[in-house]
Design a protein around this ligand. Sequence first.
Ligand code: PLP
Length: 397
Amino acid sequence: MFESLKPGTPDPILAVLGLYRDDQRPHKLDLGIGVFKDHSGNTPIPKAVKAAERRLLEQQTSKAYVGMAGDLAYNEAIKRVVFGDLDLGDRCASLQTAGGSGAIRLMGEMLNASAPGARVWLPGPTWPNHAPTLATAGLSLETYPYFDFGSQSLLKEQMFAALAKAGKGEIVLLHGCCHNPTGADLELEDWHRLTDMALAQGFLPFIDLAYQGFGLGLEADAAGLRHMASHLPEMLISASCSKNFGLYRDRIGAAILIGANAASTSAMRDLLISRTRLAVSMPPAHGAEVVREILSDVALEQSWREEVEAMRLQIQGARQALADQLRSLSNSDRFDFIAQQRGMFSTLGISAEQVACLRDEHAIYLVGNGRMNLAGLRADQAEPLARGLLAVMNAED
Ligand SMILES: Cc1ncc(COP(=O)(O)O)c(C=O)c1O
């Protein structure tokens, strides 16, 4: 049966993880996989999550299936996190998914069911899972210029010029905030311009919101997509609770659908539900219940908001500490971009040899072309990291 089966390609991050685990050097530093770590190197469970879980443990009386649409109160509550006060009424629906990834895959399938093989424009670079997930759903892919590693700057005009060619029936994927892997985000005025382009040209924005709260804050990080949502007839959002609720392994996110009218939105939602039925029959409960519990209690929500803000400030502090070390050790402002970029990641744009040299000679683990997870950096590690980076980058520049 399986003689001709080709093994799937493992994610290169997993290989890095294995090497890190086997590394015996006590000062080894893992900036590879994208999880937040506290000062003791642990990926914490937010207090609000623990409190919600305690309540669920006490209150839950059954493990019978939840309904096909999952947790309805969660589906409503997550819209409030994403949209704030913006109420789109019955033009907007939300459905719980297995993380942000589940939302991307399901909405990819929905797009392909509606317009087979439709073109999706992805930023270059983007999260490595975007292209294979959307291609597997049947869509065709196009890249628009987004970022230049050499100058560590956005390629805005090239981006707008490329997207001027995106027309009706095409999809443009944008990172809502904290762009992965570059940490370089669009300004509000860029969102305004893209909104005008979408209105004039008819393309459909698909916003991937995986790090809300980690950039400028929970509200500011959603400002761009909120502007779009309040002006455009149609739009899709994949939201993730992995990072900002610390619920990585519980796999909870949402597919948020904005349609031209209530009937269109309802058709989209029904299609997602029927695809969920085919894929997993019934949705899981735990992650959605935890988030719903937090968002339905004023005190718990406040505590969660404060914890998100604390994570954001820690990441910002790590960024600043590394930029300061690099500035003083290199006597240049060449690395100041690290303090200015947002969210968990910055990417140095270095060669595979330089990444290997950082690992082999300095016990510093990065992925790809030098993507660093700044949310994994403790203050006391900024100096050795800066020294390692400079040794490798100056040696091979
Ligand atoms: C840009 C982006 N989108 C989506 C995701 C999906 O996150 P999850 O499926 O864990 O919610 C990630 C996770 O790393 C990401 O970086």
